[in-house]
Design a binder for this molecule. Structure first.
Ligand code: GDP
Ligand code: IMO
Ligand code: MG
Length: 422
């Protein structure tokens, strides 16, 4: 059996969590492959809303195993808060939750280093979620990291101390005050004790066994393709491979086990944090998107920057990921717009181009828009695609024509039910 990959095609927060939850009934295993608690995946059903950060979004379905893969970075303190919140609703949730021994641990000093690095960057800061993601992946690739499996080994405390000493030297170099470290460490060590009781596994072997048994597996991405460490708007990116290739390295599965790549995008664009955003709107229209879409970060509460749909950027993400089907989210947010703009090309140094160039300085890269008529009606109660207004159908067709991949699902509200299969 094969693995399907679901990932975001923009700058994150496309609605991945909602769709993983909707699709989980078709899968036996949901496996997160990268990122960490910088993610915030929102699920809504039966009048109840839940935000997951590290735990995969299939956790509310009793039939599915949820696996946190080796490519993920885990903060045990945040992880346990998540589990405690879950247990109130699903007391047996941790019985269907597996954690890779090869996943790296976020230490309290990683978080402090994240803050120190951002402070030192001043105006050029990335706008990190300050969850310690960058420093943890740096230690992973620098071959200094501490992994989940290490907590079962006799050398764990010694290795922890060695790493913390190194971090304290770096913090001293930054001139960053870390007086709160002992308090943070106490909480972290307590969390590690609780973490030991969870199901730690050699996840790549587990997944290979599952593939042999013909289990259906969905790999859940975090962040978005335009935040990818290689292909995103570097350096304003996250520190992991958010694209489909990340599912192979983040789960230990071969490329030829991947079948469908489900690409999630919003009917417009948003971004949190710094970095280029060609179609960003600074006017009342942008404000309307933010208000209608409730565009405030699920992890940090920060206001999201908003703009029109960017087709050259979407096409780029589709190519890098080999997307086989698209899913368009938050169509309802455009319900009240008479005209909807879509960027189809850029004006770059006074030339028309239809791809994202290496340097996307807003002074030289301007979006060129085509305007499409809005549908001007409430989509949120729609239950069947057959009843979709003509203007929405045309909007979908317009995107499909430009990007060359079919749209198989349109989302018209945050709830599980507000999902239209095409
Ligand atoms: P993720 O990180 O990709 O899982 O997305 P987030 O959960 O961070 O952000 C998506 C937000 O949009 C959440 O608040 C969702 O509840 C909400 N949402 C998802 N789909 C829709 C939709 O179709 N319409 C509206 N209005 N909200 C949606
Ligand atoms: P989900 O999975 C949106 C952004 C941050 C910052 C940059 C680097 O919910 O879509 P980091 O904390 O990784 O060092 O931050 O990436 N970012 C996200 N933006 N959604 C996310 O995750 C994000 N995770 C990180 O805002 O600009
Ligand atoms: Mg999110």
């Amino acid at each position: 059996m094969n693995i399907d990959v679901l990932l975001g095609l923009q700058w994150g927060d496309e609605g991945k969590g909602k769709i993983v939850d909707v699709l989980t009934r078709d899968y036996d295993i949901i496996a997160r492959f990268q990122g960490g608690p910088n993610a915030g995946h929102t699920l809504e059903f039966e009048g109840f809303k839940h935000v997951l950060h590290t735990i995969p979004s299939g956790i509310f379905h009793k039939s599915a195993i949820n696996l946190v893969g080796n490519g993920v970075v885990i903060d045990p303190v945040i992880f346990l808060v998540e589990i405690d919140a879950l247990k109130k609703i699903e007391p047996k949730a941790s019985e269907r939750l597996l954690i890779s021994r090869k996943a790296h641990l976020i230490l309290p000093t990683h978080r402090l280093l994240d803050a120190a690095s951002e402070k030192a960057k001043g105006k050029l800061k990335i706008g990190s979620t300050l969850k310690g993601i960058g420093p943890t992946y740096m230690d992973k690739t620098g071959r200094n990291g501490l992994r989940v499996g290490d907590i079962e080994q006799p050398y764990f405390l010694e290795k922890y101390q060695q790493l913390v000493e190194k971090h304290c030297q770096l913090l001293d170099n930054y001139g960053f005050d870390y007086a709160e470290l002992p308090e943070l460490e106490k909480k972290w060590m307590d969390a590690i004790e609780a973490f030991r009781k969870l199901q730690l596994v050699d996840s790549e072997h587990y997944l290979h066994g599952a593939l042999r048994e013909n289990k259906r597996i969905l790999a859940e991405g975090a962040q978005g393709s335009l935040l990818d460490i290689d292909f995103g708007s570097y350096p304003f990116v996250t520190s992991s491979t958010t694209t489909a290739a990340g599912a192979c390295t983040g789960l230990g599965v071969a490329p030829n086990t991947i079948k469908n790549v489900l690409g999630i995008f919003k009917a417009y664009c948003t971004r949190v944090g710094s970095g280029p955003f060609p179609t960003e709107l600074f006017d009342d229209t942008g404000e309307m998107l933010r208000k209608n879409g409730n565009e405030f970060g699920s992890t940090t509460g920060r206001s999201r920057r908003c703009g029109w749909l960017d087709l050259p950027a979407l096409k780029y993400a589709v190519q890098i990921n080999g997307v086989t089907e698209l899913m368009m989210m938050k169509a309802d947010v455009l319900d009240t717009f008479d005209e909807i703009n879509v960027c189809t090309e850029y004006n770059y140094h006074n030339q028309r181009i239809d791809h994202l160039p290496y340097a996307s300085d807003p002074e030289f890269l301007k979006p060129e828009y085509e305007s499409l008529p809005g549908w001007n009606c409430d989509l949120t109660a729609l239950t069947n695609w057959k009843d979709a207004p003509e203007a929405l159908v045309n909007y979908v067709k317009f995107i499909e024509k430009h990007v060359g991949v079919p749209i198989s699902l349109v989302s018209v509200g945050p709830d599980r039910q507000q999902t239209l299969k095409i």
